[in-house]
Design a protein around this ligand. Structure first.
Ligand code: AMP
Ligand code: TRP
Length: 332
């Protein structure tokens, strides 16, 4: 394995539309900070998104949307490799090798699988092996650090288990990666139900704030958000999940501590907090939306993805050669 001076970072976002502030604050914001001192790969994981049915025309659009959003939030293609998963065949190839070294027992314990397959008599096999494809994404690039939201902890653990298992059996083949989680914002909750995480697929659009939402929609979603009847602005996830969620969002966007916010809003009503939060969120999202519009139309975006696929492909090919050697696959 080549000796690397810098740490390698890999993460992915599914192109399923509605990228929201949970994705941004929980994961994507970290991507930007990491790109200055590490060798970063940021992927649009389109193969993960077809674990559930997608409209093909829409999927193509969403792939370009996520790529443009990556750049709009501040990823610099000169510093980071930005690419689409299905452009690099190594993801699918390695995924099969890892599938043969993972167990139905461990995959059955994944909470994301349990949630997504709930109520179905039979679920798509890809939904079940989804975490193995994710492990392949990570291990394919000798990744050291994986910045993700809290909901991915279990998948990172599985990736580590598979890497260690194969290293023990076949000799050192993979780097064992570590997850990286933000301190606040790692789990942004739904605005209409602060007991559930904010999600792309929830039916109620006011449950989330998408990065591309209009100011009027942002205002409505925040003003309608579920709180409690105590009337005191205090961070207490257990007893006041709604207010605590609003404080978390405020704190990360405004770069102020929750304590400072509690002090500022002492004796004031929820309406005041919500009104100010609307302004903070709009002020943060407007510049992202302006950059997005410009980049999404540009030829530069397509050039970035082409270049990204080529650069990622070189690393992937070297790993696949090593994996094939270790496993005795092929004849060369
Ligand atoms: P996905 O939309 O599932 O591709 O998620 C992209 C990234 O956003 C992953 O790192 C997730 O862990 C993270 N993420 C998704 N939902 C939330 C949430 N509600 N709060 C914080 N992070 C999230
Ligand atoms: N499973 C992740 C999610 O749902 C997305 C993802 C796929 C990912 N492959 C990855 C994240 C590799 C980090 C690294 O959010």
């Amino acid at each position: 394995m080549a000796v690397k001076d810098m740490k390698r970072v890999f993460s992915g976002v599914q192109p399923t539309g509605n990228i929201h502030i949970g994705n941004y604050l929980g994961a994507m914001k970290q991507f930007i900070e990491l790109q200055n001192e590490n060798e970063c790969l940021y992927c649009i994981v389109d193969m993960h998104s077809i674990t559930l049915p997608q409209d093909p025309k829409q999927l193509r659009q969403h792939i370009l949307d996520v790529a443009a959003l990556y750049m709009a939030i501040g990823l610099d293609p000169k510093k980071s490799i930005i690419f689409v998963q299905s452009d690099v065949s190594g993801h699918a190839e390695l995924s099969w090798v890892l599938t043969c070294n993972s167990y139905t027992g461990e995959l059955s314990r994944m909470t994301q699988f349990k949630q997504k397959s709930k109520g179905r008599e039979s679920a798509p096999t890809g939904l079940f092996t989804y975490p193995v494809l994710m492990a392949a994404d990570i291990l394919l690039y000798d990744t050291d650090i994986v910045p993700v939201g809290n909901d991915q902890k279990q998948h990172i653990e599985l990736t580590r288990d598979i890497a260690i298992r194969i290293n023990n059996k076949y000799g050192k083949t993979f780097v064992v990666p570590d997850g990286k989680f933000v301190k606040s914002g790692a789990r942004i909750m739904a605005l209409d139900n602060p007991d559930a995480k904010m999600s792309k697929s929830a039916e109620n659009p006011h449950s989330r704030i998408s990065l591309l939402d209009e100011p009027s929609k942002i205002k409505k979603s925040i003003m309608k958000s579920t709180t409690d009847s105590e009337g005191v602005i205090r961070f207490d996830v257990e007893h006041k999940p709604g207010i605590s969620n609003l404080l978390s969002i405020y704190s990360v966007f405004a770069d102020e501590t929750v304590e400072a916010l509690e002090a500022r809003y002492e004796g004031r009503g929820y309406g005041d907090l919500k009104k100010d939060l609307v302004e903070v969120v709009i002020n943060n999202l407007t510049p992202i939306q302006e950059r997005f519009k410009e980049i999404r139309q540009s030829q530069e975006l397509l050039d970035v993805l082409q270049d990204g696929a080529e650069r990622a492909g070189v690393i992937a090919e070297a790993t696949m050669k090593r994996v094939k050697d270790r496993f005795g696959l092929g004849w060369k």
